[in-house]
Design a protein around this ligand. Sequence first.
Ligand code: FAD
Length: 288
Amino acid sequence: MIPQTFNYYCPGSLDEAVKLCIELGDEAKYMSGGHSLIPMMKLRFATPEHIIDISRIKGLSYIKEEDGMLKIGGLTTEYELEISDLVKAKYPILLDAAKLIADPSVRNKATIGGNLAHGDAANDHPAVMLALRATVVAYGENGSREVSIDDFFHGFYMTALEHGEILTEIKFKKVEGRTGSAYSKIERKVGDYAASGVAVNLVLDSSGTCTEAGIGLTNVNPTPMRAERSENVLRGKVITEDLIKEAAKYASEDCNPSADLRGSEEYKRSITGTLTARTIRKALERAN
Ligand code: FAD
């Protein structure tokens, strides 16, 4: 199908984009990479009258360490994450996730801001950012505000972003000391959305005790979710194989997958447990 007719705007600055979006009202939508929005428009699941293309706004594409944080600009593409030396050296979880998203042609255009702002539990970055305890920076008519990732996903395709707000940055504590992170997913075929995905971030102290544990799950709940009971099992302890198995069991019990073309509920619970154990081991290996 082809999308319904729409008006196209291409503002050159954040303020111009926000002003336009507020003026045009509820029928206006931002577009960055267009790789979630346009497929939805082609299926007529989304029928915006006005598309505001923000992809040419300067200064929103970066990956940098600053003020003790790793900061990623909202318009940073999956491809830019894949080729970043900083990501390769210190933030392998971002590389794990970016490499598993769709195919190179999608990754060249799709942005991390769009991936989060779309509010789709099937997207891979939400679970990663939950594991990393990230903060979203949103820019709107009243300037910038920050939203904890735990408060960001409100429902099916619904986020904390208000009409007119642009996700300008996502940030989280920069890696220091013994930290290990990883993302794994099971997909029906290369480039597909996850049947289940698990993101793990672990911080260990000098004795090997886990001081921080973050675990996020992809596509096994109506919204991206944190596996809190699994995190609690690991925090404050030296992680053993028995603890890994217990954390995996809780993730499998606590998720809420629905049966679809990617598998039955039972199958998804089972692979979520397996992936949780596998990803904790990988994150631990990296931390060590
Ligand atoms: P757009 O499509 O431009 O926008 C998506 C939504 O977010 C829209 O509602 C838009 O208004 C809003 N939006 C966009 N940017 C902003 C912003 N900065 N601030 C506020 N609102 C904004 N993703 C995965 O995670 N895993 C996959 O395996 C995967 N497979 C895919 C396979 C195919 C064939 C395709 C086409 C896409 C796939 N995707 C997958 C989705 C892809 O990564 C999306 O492009 C991405 O999730 C959205 O980013 P975008 O920049 O394209 O956003």
